[in-house]
Unconditional design. Structure first.
Length: 402
């Protein structure tokens, strides 16, 4: 076990970079967007000044030239000027299945964040290449579980619980690095997403007494709570404190040990926002993502993955009113697609996920033009042994379904 000082991921410090009150998320030239205080990947200067219309033309031409050899996947949180080029859009579960099944495209351009591109690479065929248009598109929650901290945690837990199989099963949320997925794979655990966390918990409890859940404490707590696990049987593991800040007795009594990670976008939603939405909109339904805190989940009417949110609102009757607690690009898109329903974000401040937002169309054009000249820019590749071990954990996830 090692002790270390608190390390706040840089991506979390950058999370508010694009927040604004006037709600205008119109894409600007990359040069203008560079003014936001985040780290951007360097890109050849010719891409900096291209207008949205020029980027649009360039991307359309590149897509036509590349044809079916290249497929573009887009996560629901991508901005409109990216999602319009996506061949498929979805939540992390749907997109990972897409990557595992789409065998005819030689190149998968993943418009999402780094852990999603890593997962696509692990699930894709050996002759397929995965590209992330901007390598600075990470995830602040995934950054909260560093490999060495997770390895330390795992060996600390073994020192308390003994190494017998079935004492503890590691389960990681998709929003984690390939190395954390590998830790789960080689120790009899699995990956889950927000659309199959309950199934993953059932799978794990069929094989072991307790779960270590990384890195989102909220998804872990919400899932456990909805399955009837008492709150005092779910404890928080701090990577910054010796033995996670827990006593051996607390560890032995726990059913779920939650890694102390969170999503800075979803922890912005509050019960006060829900109360206000109800006061101002009689008959409103409140629908939130399970990365929100437990008090928000309990106050909401429904919770589920981004795909669940999109499908639920899509199937709702005309005239229904929805207050949504998830990333603003998805909320705005739903409001635009269903003008016959009233759909708004719980948070009055417009705050896109600052890492998802870094996939600007200029980066997409850059990697597509690279492919046209035979150049692979920004390949995301996971090598052995991490690849094989992470694949095990992902295959178990695909078996439990979603
Ligand atoms: P989904 O699996 O619901 O798409 O969630 C991914 C994510 O990053 C939410 O913050
Ligand atoms: Fe990560 Fe949160 Fe952004 Fe999802 S919304 S990619 S969990 S930082």
């Amino acid at each position: 076990m090692t002790t270390q000082k608190t390390v706040i991921p840089i991506t979390e410090l950058e999370q508010s970079a694009f927040c604004q009150t006037e709600g205008n998320l119109r894409t600007k030239t990359l040069e203008e967007e560079f003014r936001a205080g985040v780290r951007w990947q360097k890109v050849p200067t010719r891409y900096l000044k291209l207008s949205v219309a020029e980027l649009d033309r360039g991307i359309a031409e590149a897509r036509t030239a590349l044809g079916k050899t290249t497929i573009v996947l887009g996560h629901h949180y991508q901005r409109e000027d990216i999602i319009k080029y996506a061949d498929f859009r979805g939540d992390s579960y749907k997109l990972s299945k897409m990557a595992a099944q789409t065998r005819d495209a030689r190149v998968i351009v993943f418009c999402g964040v780094h852990f999603m591109a890593e997962t696509a690479d692990i699930l894709a065929g050996p002759d397929q290449t995965v590209i992330l248009p901007n390598m600075a598109a990470g995830c602040s929650m995934a950054d909260m579980a560093r490999t060495d901290d997770a390895e330390d945690c795992w060996s600390d837990l073994a020192s308390v619980l003994g190494g017998a199989p079935g004492e503890i099963i590691p389960v990681t949320y998709m929003n984690s690095t390939a190395a954390i997925k590998a830790l789960c794979g080689r120790n009899g655990g699995l990956v889950c997403t927000s659309s199959n966390a309950a199934e993953a918990f059932k799978w794990a409890f069929a094989r072991g007494r307790r779960i270590l859940f990384l890195p989102d404490q909220h998804l872990g707590r919400n899932t456990g709570f909805q399955m009837g696990i008492p709150l005092d049987e779910m404890v928080l593991w701090s990577p910054f404190r010796p033995m996670g800040g827990l006593t051996p007795d607390q560890i032995r009594k726990a059913k779920v040990i939650l890694w102390q990670g969170h999503c800075s976008v979803h922890t912005r939603f509050t019960v006060e926002q829900i109360n206000l939405a109800r006061e101002q909109n009689p008959g409103v339904s409140v629908l939130v993502h399970p990365e929100c805190t437990l008090d928000v989940i309990r106050a909401a009417d429904l919770n589920g993955s981004t795909e669940f949110i999109a499908k639920t609102i899509g199937a709702a009757p005309a005239g229904s009113v929805w207050a949504v607690g998830t990333e603003i690009n998805l909320v705005n898109r739903l409001a635009h697609e269903y003008p016959d329903k009233k759909i708004f974000c719980l948070d009055p401040i417009v705050c896109p996920c600052a890492t998802m937002y870094r996939i600007h169309p200029a980066y997409l054009l850059w990697v597509l033009e690279g492919l046209m000249t035979g150049l692979v820019i920004n390949r995301v590749h996971v090598s052995e042994p991490v690849r094989g071990q992470a694949l095990l954990a992902l295959e178990r996830m695909l078996e439990v379904g979603g």
